[in-house]
Design a protein around this ligand. Structure first.
Ligand code: GUN
Ligand code: ZN
Length: 437
């Protein structure tokens, strides 16, 4: 038997991005017969098999994935783990959906055992869908954050999460206070932010469920801990927008409510961003806050259609997100499928290349984590997925009939789902392998 090396190598078609294909002609690297070389959980190098194979240390195990594609793991920039069990719950719009399903479901997370059990299922589901990093809402209960981070730490995953802060317009059983919400948040930052591969997100749910005092304290924490993340919802739904207008009459816009409390900054991620105006978009771009675009959720709740063209014109940071449980799939491929149709309905066009960028390097840039994840540049964490263009009979048939990489990626985005993810690796370790059918 040959001596095993600390280096592992993976042979397949290799795709990753170094720029945004919407703005740069050749923004991707594509190696049809490629090799990804991993050492100590990090990317050592990526390139053509023929060039790199002779440079491997003797005894290196080369895993043969020929016929498949390897790319960086997907990043889901907005998802609610406590809503896993209520995905696909019908309601006529956002506000009734929150009242009827979301709040009663989130109540169960007062029980740490429940949180731990849902967190395990949720992480399994992410990995089955090729998502290696997610930016996650927990519930108002600090123990829901401990449950999520403990489960993620055990698996050595790169995850971002935070405790929901809400101190008004919610049932008593989910209500914190401005002070308690801030104290619990600060304690959780100290316990989890930067531990293992975990990062903390300050998480006021959305403007209607926070008093001015709570938004003020959330903004103060965002200044005190500038390398933490911040996440919330903005301009998702028309009724919600009118409600915010009546609650904050002094603000110029919904986004301006957050701006007034210093919550627009790098590493702040705003879910939805459908009903923003031109000044809002300019402000997002200027502050390097990012939009998480949630097409399956926005179609499901009838919230509206994200305007890719205006967002690009403003130069906003963009990423794709599932927003489960309002989102109807954990699959970033299915999320691309719906994003494509949303763009068409708004009269614009999203190439497949752009959609895969938005789910990988684009999201990493939105999170200001591009030095760690999102591509195969040397030294990046080896979070990657193996995609199978033959995963289903229909996908195999369509894949056999594609003439370009763009067509192949498009077919995967439109026809693919968890079945197309043959394997998922995190930090160079296999964390999901699809069962042989
Ligand atoms: N706005 C406030 N809370 C939520 C939530 O849980 N899901 C969605 N989609 N929008 C929200
Ligand atoms: Zn959400």
């Amino acid at each position: 038997m040959s001596k095993t090396s600390s280096v592992q190598a993976y042979r397949a078609g290799l795709l990753y991005f170094h720029a945004d294909p919407a703005f740069i002609e050749r923004a991707h690297a594509w190696h049809e017969d490629g090799l990804l070389v991993v050492e100590n959980g990090k990317v050592r190098t990526a390139g053509d098999y023929a060039t790199l194979a002779p440079t491997l240390p003797p005894g290196t195990d080369v895993k043969d994935y020929r016929g498949k594609l390897i790319m960086p793991g997907f990043i889901d920039s907005h998802v609610h783990y406590p809503q896993t069990d209520m995905i696909a719950s019908p309601a006529p719009g956002l506000l009734p959906w929150l009242e009827q399903y979301t709040f009663p479901t989130e109540r169960q997370f007062a029980d740490p055992a429940h949180g731990a059990q849902v967190a395990e299922f949720f992480l399994d589901e992410l990995l089955r869908n090729g998502t290696t990093t997610a930016m996650v809402y927990c519930t108002v209960h600090p123990q829901s954050v401990d449950a999520f981070f403990s489960a993620s730490e055990k698996r050595k995953l790169r995850m971002i999460a935070g405790k929901v802060m809400m101190d008004r317009h919610c049932p008593d059983f989910l209500c914190d206070t401005a002070e308690r919400g801030a104290e619990e948040t600060e304690a959780l930052i100290q316990r989890w932010h930067g531990r293992s591969r975990l990062l903390y997100a300050i998480t006021p749910r959305f403007a209607p469920t926070s008093t001015e005092a709570q938004l003020q304290l959330a903004g103060e924490l965002a200044r005190k801990y500038p390398d933490t993340f911040l996440q919330t919802h903005v301009s998702e739904n028309k009724e919600e927008c009118s409600w915010v207008k009546s609650l904050f009459p002094q603000a110029r816009s919904y986004l301006d409510v957050y701006d007034r409390y210093g919550m627009l900054r790098p590493r702040a991620v705003y879910g939805h961003c459908i009903w923003l105006d031109e000044s809002d978009r300019a402000r997002m771009a200027e502050t390097r806050a990012a939009a998480a675009i949630c097409p399956t959720s926005n179609l499901f709740l009838g919230s509206g259609l994200f305007d890719f063209e205006q967002a690009d014109k403003a130069g906003m940071l963009l990423s794709l997100a599932t927003d489960v449980g309002a989102g109807t799939s954990f699959s970033m491929l299915q999320t691309m499928n719906e994003a494509y149709k949303v763009a068409r309905l708004k009269g614009s066009y999203l190439p497949a290349m752009r959609m895969f960028y938005l789910a990988t390097l684009g999201a990493a840039r939105s999170l200001h984590l591009e030095e760690s994840i999102g591509s195969f540049a040397a030294g990046r964490e080896a979070d990657f997925i193996v995609i199978d263009p033959q995963a289903t009979p229909l996908l195999a048939r369509r894949s056999a009939n594609t003439d370009s990489l763009e067509e192949q990626l498009f077919a995967l985005a439109l026809l693919g789902d968890d079945r197309a993810i043959a394997a998922t690796y995190s930090g160079g370790r296999l964390v999901h392998a699809r069962a042989q059918g």
